[in-house]
Design a protein around this ligand. Structure first.
Ligand code: SAJ
Length: 416
């Protein structure tokens, strides 16, 4: 039975909500399940609870059409897509992956399972998590058979189909990106493939669940290692008094060299987190992956030292801190190096800080409690004698060069 007239998406965050909305747009009846009442209420009112280009209109459309409905309670469906967070416990080398949200989602959906159902894990997860999810389902439903017990003959199919969308371009990428479909058996993969075919325009490549898990982690670790290489080069260039951006532009002229950009550090909930999932399962082998994480995590301290050095040369330092988001043109502050830099500068009382972040209306609590306030871009530039560009938001790029003329400028993104 390959038809999916009703699917349930568990976890209505950055991945779950766009995924639910895109399936709903394609005619499937979608139930969105979340544990946060505010999230459920907001979506049922036709609004997303976070910013993402074009998501507002889509959510309004599918909710008004009765195709997407959010709820706190699990309901029966043909397929269940689990898209819950997989955070890290602790920081740096002591960090361990927390898969408890997946375990809880499995326990919550198990009572609703019926023969013929498909369960998909989309959350980025350490290798072995799909099998762990299937084990919980089997434990809770001894009346049903699962692929780890019955292989191709199982009544319930289980697969890992990792999300790969880029925040800021989610709606475009959720449809057009190639998909990795990792089944716990061949039948699981085929059934998951027929589900994603409803929405996916990109290639869907079938493999097993463990390969799919590591492939997803590898993609983000690859990017992290490449950025760490750029960040290490930025420290080398600083010592050698070479402009890193000019140097990289020259090196990248080579047809087989494509170095990414250095910055103030790596943020977000994916690239700064996922490589640790590989280190967690393979601490002895993952030497390069660990080192890359440590290099990227140390970059904020380098930026802070630069600001300290510059501020020391000023009688009364007034520092415009431009951007708090983890990257350009998003409102997401999770794991943002810019937030860490501004917080530490405030704690050190390096100078008066004028924080500018056009994408948010209120400062996060860790900055608010330090007595900082949000400022207007033009006002901050006008008043500051030191300008620290932390995020290359489009709106920061069109700056009048004359305004910067007599100020110290620290451009962590090479945007100016
Ligand atoms: N960054 C740099 N230099 C660069 C590129 C990025 O310093 O040259 C920084 C950004 O400023 C940001 C961080 O890295 O702080 C991560 O940003 P990103 O745009 O590289 O990636 P994410 O975290 O927004 O999304 C990534 C994507 N993964 C890959 O590109 C391999 C996305 O496709 C994944 O779906 C997403 O992680 C995820 O959910 O795992």
């Amino acid at each position: 039975m390959d038809s999916f007239s009703r699917i349930a998406v568990m976890g209505l965050g950055y991945i779950g909500l766009p995924t639910a909305a895109v399936f709903a747009e394609n005619g499937v009846e979608v139930i969105g399940i979340d544990i946060v009442p505010h999230v459920v209420e907001t979506i049922n009112a036709g609004r997303p609870h976070f910013g993402e280009p074009n998501l507002d209109a889509l959510v309004r459309r599918v909710v008004e059409a009765g195709k997407l409905r959010a709820t706190l309670e699990i309901e029966p469906a043909d397929a269940f897509i689990v898209a819950v967070p997989t955070p890290l416990h602790g920081h740096g080398e002591c960090a361990t992956p927390d898969i408890s949200y997946i375990e809880n989602a499995a326990r919550a959906l198990a009572p609703a399972l019926r023969p013929g159902n498909l369960v998909i894990l989309e959350s980025t997860s350490p290798v072995g998590t799909t099998e762990r999810m299937a084990a919980i389902l089997a434990e809770m439903r001894p009346d049903l058979s699962f692929p780890q017990q019955k292989g191709e003959l199982a009544q319930i199919q289980v697969a890992h189909c990792p999300e790969r969308v880029l925040p800021g371009s989610i709606l475009e990428e959720v449809v057009n990106n190639p998909r990795v479909i990792g089944g716990m058996s061949r039948k699981c993969a085929q059934r998951a493939l027929s589900l994603y075919k409803i929405v996916a325009r990109g290639e869907c490549r079938v493999t097993n669940a463990r390969t799919a898990e590591l492939a997803k982690l590898t993609e983000n670790a690859y990017r992290d290692v490449n950025i760490a290489f750029a960040n290490e080069l930025s420290l080398i260039c600083d010592k050698l008094r070479i402009n890193i951006w000019d140097m990289l532009a020259m090196a990248n002229l080579h047809p087989r060299v494509q170095i990414l950009s250095p910055g103030p550090g790596v943020g977000g909930h994916c690239i700064a987190v996922d490589p640790w999932f590989i280190v967690a399962t393979n601490p002895n082998e993952a030497k390069l992956i660990r080192t890359a994480r440590l290099i990227n995590d140390s970059k904020p301290d380098f930026v802070i030292a630069k600001v300290r050095e510059r501020a020391a040369a000023l009688k009364r330092p007034v520092i415009a801190c431009l951007g708090l988001a983890y990257k350009k043109d998003v409102d997401d502050l999770r794991e943002s190096p810019a937030v860490e830099i501004v917080r530490k500068l405030a704690l050190e009382a390096v100078g008066e800080l004028l924080v500018v972040e056009p994408y948010i209306g209120r400062l996060p609590p860790e900055l608010d409690e330090l007595g900082l306030a949000l400022h207007d871009f033009d006002e901050a530039l006008e008043r500051a004698n030191l300008v620290l560009l932390l995020v290359d938001h489009m709106s920061f790029l069109q700056v009048d060069r004359d305004v910067l003329k007599d100020k110290f400028v620290i451009d962590t993104r090479g945007a100016w």
